[in-house]
Design a protein around this ligand. Sequence first.
Ligand SMILES: Nc1ncnc2c1ncn2[C@@H]1O[C@H](COP(=O)(O)OP(=O)(O)OP(=O)(O)O)[C@@H](O)[C@H]1O
Ligand SMILES: [Mg+2]
Length: 304
Amino acid sequence: MVDANGQVSSSKGNITMFTGKGGVGKTTCAAAAALYHASSEERTLAISTDATPSLSHIFEVASDEKPTMVRKSLYINELGVEEVKEMWDKKFGKEVYEVFSSFVAIDYVEFVEFMTSVLPGLSDEFMVDYIKELSRKGEYKAIVWDTAPLGQTLALLKTPALLGRHLRMAPRIYSKLRLGQRRREPILDIIRRWERLSADNMDFLSSMVSFVMVTIPEALAVEQLEGIFRELNEYGLKVQQLIINNVVKEEDSDFLLTKARQQKNYLELIYDRYSDLPIIELPMFPYELKGLDRLKEVERILFP
Ligand SMILES: Nc1ncnc2c1ncn2[C@@H]1O[C@H](COP(=O)(O)OP(=O)(O)OP(=O)(O)O)[C@@H](O)[C@H]1O
Ligand SMILES: [Mg+2]
């Protein structure tokens, strides 16, 4: 993954987000990228905001420690629901809860569950915030961010707007309940603070994070790409690199020959549509890409 400066992420804050639809190889590419950075002695963190712990699986580590050291300079951290709830607590949870609970009988755990279900991108919002803080602390020289399938990543982008809409209803509910001016102020403060946080997070995403899109040469994946690019563009987020994964390179059976022929059309389409982007092909391997040795092979292709 090379640009004029030698690597794709060097132009920004050395934070790279791997994104794309489900199962296309985001975690595999993110892990290989993390290995690449760690190999040059840069203290590197591979972080996932995916509910399923796939980084520890691919690096074959089993530890409850967070972050976990994989090898020298390489750490992984898988943020789960619990961590997100903690972040919520620290930033806003109690305040928003106090306001809500003054007119709805709801306990705190239920409240957090309610909020995260109403706003699917909410947990991601806090994860962006977490990664932003992490990058500001400067503890790691490189951060590789493995995301959940794209549906959720896009929900994340919409969260600030959704949140604003939801929270703006609150004062109206208040006025209906005739709770008076004094109690309406705090929630407006919270909304303003939240909007600032969201704007700050969006700035962070567009100025510090490099986006790498992973796709495969298949009908549905190619069809969906266009929309994903458009949506990212709307938020001022630019994809810096495209990886086409699972490309059949050895056509030594009828099966593979047929598959390769089918892929050819989609490959041409991708090269045609995204000619302004650096594109790297990752071949389809005959084995599972798991463990450092296998990931090293992927690394050599992504970072020639
Ligand atoms: N080039 C490849 N050749 C062979 N197998 C691959 C290749 N790339 C990925 N795989 C395998 O495909 C599966 C899915 O890959 P991976 O977990 O990286 O995808 P993902 O995009 O992160 O999926 P999810 O959206 O579920 O998080 C894994 O078992 C992985 O080992
Ligand atoms: Mg994954």
